[in-house]
Design a protein around this ligand. Sequence first.
Ligand SMILES: Cc1cc2nc3c(=O)[nH]c(=O)nc-3n(C[C@H](O)[C@H](O)[C@H](O)COP(=O)(O)O)c2cc1C
Length: 300
Amino acid sequence: MDLTVTIGSGTLPNPVGVASGTFGFGEEYGRLIDLSRLGAVYAKALTLEHRPGNDTPRMVETPSGMLNSIGLANPGWERFRVEKAPFLRDMACPAVLNIGGKKESDYLELVEKCEELDCHWGYEINISCPNVKAGGLAFGTDTHQVESLTKKLRPLTKKPLIMKLTPNVTDIGEIAKAAEAGGADAVSAINTLKGMVIDTKKRRPVIPAGTAGLSGAAVRPVGVACVYRIAQCVSLPIIGLGGIFTADHAIQYLLAGASAVQVGTALFVDPRIPLQVLEGIEAYMDANGFTSLKDFHGHF
Ligand SMILES: Cc1cc2nc3c(=O)[nH]c(=O)nc-3n(C[C@H](O)[C@H](O)[C@H](O)COP(=O)(O)O)c2cc1C
């Protein structure tokens, strides 16, 4: 059975990775599960500067999901290089660096710096960050910004370049086309959906930042529909995520057109879920006589 997934210049050993922000930089989870079974670890967002993150509470449970507003808390480039990169370099599965920034030059500078390291397989560019230069509108909501950023990132690396798309747009297919036009190797979708929970006793939002990102089972149908739409618009590989808890959920994404998937919020329920998802995909392929993911991805 061939479970490998090719994205640009790179190959992943299998299609099941873990989503950025739900797995840290892998060290803690490495004590709980066999990392060598994962297709990839998509690391926590990295920014040039250390970010302590937003005020607490940063998370609240919602019907079949959760809202979070972590605020890209991360150690910043300097500490990442010293404290986190060595673990990722020696990790038994590919590491994908999730890159954040507030303006175009932040992303470019950080990718240039990361190119000095040998700890990673590729990049996932988190374009859900608000662009301070464009008045706080997220990079990923504007086709021109997405194409421009991708075009400028492309010459900086030969490693796989994945643009991570937000579902908070009118047509995610148009955004995916902009990423393709800019030279991306793949897109991943979806990042969180914008949501809000209000504490009626205190008469203010539960999360101090106000709105926050919705993830978990509740967003799965949105994610599957987004992947299906993107697959109609581009020929790039798509990495599908949002609410995957079981192999059936992952297979929905693969049938909708994804080449690979990521498990995120489900990790908070049980860190073994990504491995169970992979085993379930293998069992599904076995039961249906499929020998390669290409036999069924994008077919229904
Ligand atoms: C606590 C938390 C932190 C997250 N941090 C990041 C991040 O740093 N960068 C990023 O691109 N996505 C981040 N995400 C979004 C997830 O990677 C994923 O796109 C989203 O949660 C949908 O997948 P899920 O429903 O399986 O969690 C975060 C999600 C959660 C729940």
